[in-house]
Design a protein around this ligand. Structure first.
Ligand code: FAD
Length: 466
C-alpha cells in the first residue's frame, strides 16, 4: 500500500507531490506531459507560452515552492496596462487618461469616465475588504474575497453601456474566462484590482518559462510519475483508499492510505464516487470558462514600439490580450537581441467562437488581428502554435462564495487540491496542493505512530514471519 496517491500532475498535484516527496507516493497523470494548464517551451533566449504566465510574489506559497526547488522568478518589467483600440495603441501613461486618448464618441467617453470612477472606487473598497486582517486565517480571507459583491453579475453592476465603453472593460473582466454576465461583480472588480495594482497580485515571471517550474518539481519525483494514467474511480475502504485507473488500454488499481485529488472540479466530481454528497454537489457546481491561446516566435531584427510593454488589452479583436513574452528577457538585455515571443489568448465567448476551428483557421484570424494591433508583427512570425483549453479557468459566479465552506471542510483520506478552491489561480493551485499534502502527512504521521506498536509485538519463537 502506498502512503499517498496524487491524482493530476498540474501545479496543484506537483506541489503536493513535492511536499510529500519523503513518503511513498505515486502520481497519476492522464496527459502525456506534466504541468496541466502550465505549458511553455524554450526557444533560444525566449520561450513560447500557452498557459499561466504571471505568478505570485513574496510571502506566498508560490514563493515557497520556488525557493524550495531553486527555480528563479523575476518581476515582469513591462506594464500590463497597454490598450490597442480603434486604431490607437497606448502603451504608457496613466490609465485615467485613456478615455481622452482613445478615439470614441462623446457619449462613450462620458460613460467610460463615469463607470471608470465607479469601478475605481470599488477597487479601493475591494482592496480594503480583502486585505489580510491580524490573526485571520487565509481561509477566512478567501471566503471574504468570494463574498465581495457576490450576489450579482459584473454586467448587472455596470449596467448598460455604449458599445465602445463596454468593449474597453471587457478584456480585463473576461481574462477570468467568463463573460461579464457570467462573472460576479466582485470578481470583475477584483480583476481590475489585479491589473491596475500590478505588484500586489500576480506579477512575476518564471525565468526560462513557466514549465521550468513544473518540470523541475517533476524531475525531483520523476520515478513516481505515471503519464497516460487516467484515473476512473476513487473509492474509500476501511483505513485506505483504492484508486482505479487505465493506462495503455489496461485497468489498474492501487491502494493508498491517502489521496490528493488534484484534478479540475468536474473530473474530481466524476472520479470521487463516494465523496460526501454535499462535496460532490459543490464540485459539480464549479464552472470553468474556455480559453484558446497561441504562441508566436518572431524574428524581427530591430526594436519594436511594444518592447517595454508586457500586456496589451485588445478590445474588439479575436483575442482579448497580447502578451509580450519577450518583455521579461528584454529586462536583462544590454542591447536589443533579434527576435521575440508573443502570446495571444481568447477567453469565454471569444474562445467559444474559435475552439472548434482548425489550427490553420485560428492562426489565420489571429495573425490578421495581431498585425492590426501591433503593425508589422505578422511579417516577422517564424513559428506559431495553437492550444485549446476547454477547462481554461474556474470563475467566480454569483453565489460561488456559498460553496467554499463545503469544499474546504476537513476530509479523512481524500484531500482536494486545485485552482478552483480559491481566486488566485497558480497561487491557489500551489497553496491548495501544499494544504492537501500537509493534511495527508498528518494522517500518515499519526498512523505511523500507531502502526509500529502493532508490529512491535514480539514474535513468538518458531512463528512464521514475512
Ligand atoms: C491561457 C491561460 C492563461 C493563464 N494565465 C494565468 C496567469 O497568468 N497567472 C495565473 O496565476 N494563472 C493563470 N492561468 C491559470 C493557471 O494556469 C491555473 O490556475 C493552474 O495552472 C491550475 O493548476 P491545477 O493543478 O489546479 O490544474 P491543472 O493544471 O488543470 O492540472 C490538473 C491535471 O490533472 C490531470 N487530469 C485530469 N483528469 C485526470 C484523470 N482522470 N486522471 C489523472 N489526471 C487527470 C490533467 O491532465 C492536469 O495535468 C492561466 C490559464 C490558462 C489556460
Amino acid at each position: 500500500m502506498r502512503d499517498a496517491v496524487i491524482v493530476g500532475a498540474g501545479l496543484a498535484g506537483l506541489s503536493a507531490a513535492w511536499r510529500l516527496r519523503h513518503w511513498d507516493t505515486l502520481v497519476l497523470e492522464s496527459g502525456d506531459r506534466v504541468g496541466g494548464r502550465i505549458r511553455s517551451e524554450k526557444r533560444g533566449p525566449y520561450f513560447l507560452n500557452w498557459g499561466g504566465h504571471v505568478f505570485a510574489g513574496a510571502d506566498t506559497s508560490t514563493a515557497s515552492l520556488l525557493a524550495e526547488t531553486g527555480v528563479s522568478s523575476v518581476r515582469v518589467p513591462g506594464s500590463l496596462k497597454g490598450v490597442a483600440m480603434n486604431g490607437k495603441l497606448l502603451l504608457n501613461g496613466r490609465i485615467e487618461t485613456y478615455p481622452a486618448r482613445i478615439p470614441m464618441s462623446t457619449a462613450a467617453r462620458l460613460a467610460l469616465v463615469r463607470t471608470g470612477a465607479k469601478v475605481g472606487l470599488d477597487v479601493l473598497r475591494y482592496a480594503r475588504a480583502v486585505a489580510l486582517r491580524p490573526g485571520e486565517t487565509s481561509g477566512a480571507r478567501q471566503q471574504r474575497i468570494y463574498d465581495f459583491e457576490n450576489d450579482r453579475s459584473f454586467a448587472d453592476y455596470v449596467g448598460d453601456l455604449p458599445d465602445d465603453t463596454e468593449a474597453l472593460f471587457r478584456p480585463t473582466v473576461t481574462r477570468s474566462a467568463a463573460d461579464p454576465h457570467e462573472l460576479s461583480a466582485g470578481a470583475g472588480i477584483g480583476y481590475f484590482s489585479l491589473v491596475w495594482n500590478i505588484g500586489q497580485g500576480l506579477d512575476r515571471s518564471i525565468v526560462g518559462g513557466p514549465s521550468v517550474l513544473t518540470e523541475s518539481v517533476a524531475a525531483s519525483v520523476r520515478d513516481r510519475i505515471r503519464l497516460g494514467a487516467s484515473v476512473q474511480e476513487i473509492v474509500h475502504r476501511r483505513g485506505s483508499v483504492v484508486v482505479r485507473y487505465t493506462q495503455d488500454g489496461a485497468d489498474h488499481e492501487v491502494e493508498a492510505r491517502t489521496v490528493v485529488l488534484a484534478t479540475p472540479a468536474p473530473v474530481s466530481h466524476r472520479v470521487g464516487v463516494d465523496l460526501p454528497a454535499d462535496v460532490r454537489e459543490a464540485l459539480s457546481k464549479i464552472v470553468y470558462g474556455p480559453y484558446v491561446s497561441a504562441a508566436f516566435l518572431t524574428n524581427e531584427t530591430a526594436r519594436r514600439p511594444w518592447d517595454d510593454a508586457y500586456g496589451i488589452a485588445t478590445p474588439k479583436r479575436s483575442f482579448n490580450v497580447v502578451l509580450n513574452m519577450a518583455n521579461v528577457a528584454r529586462g536583462a538585455e544590454t542591447h536589443r537581441r533579434p527576435g521575440g515571443s508573443l502570446m495571444t489568448f481568447s477567453p469565454a465567448g471569444l474562445a467559444r467562437t474559435l475552439i472548434d476551428r482548425s489550427d490553420d483557421e485560428i492562426l489565420d484570424v489571429y495573425t490578421r488581428d495581431l498585425d492590426r494591433v501591433l503593425p508589422g508583427s505578422a511579417d516577422a512570425i517564424a513559428e506559431a502554435h495553437v492550444q485549446r483549453w476547454h477547462t481554461g479557468a474556474p470563475f467566480c459566479f454569483p453565489g460561488r462564495g456559498r460553496l467554499q465552506p463545503v469544499l474546504t471542510r476537513p476530509a479523512e483520506r481524500v484531500f482536494l487540491a486545485g485552482d478552483y478552491l480559491g481566486t488566485l489561480y497558480t497561487e491557489t493551485a500551489i497553496s491548495s496542493g501544499f494544504t492537501a499534502a500537509s493534511d495527508a502527512a498528518g494522517v500518515l504521521a499519526t498512523e505511523r505512530q500507531i502502526r509500529p506498536r502493532i508490529h512491535d509485538v514480539p514474535v513468538a519463537p518458531g512463528a512464521a514471519t514475512s
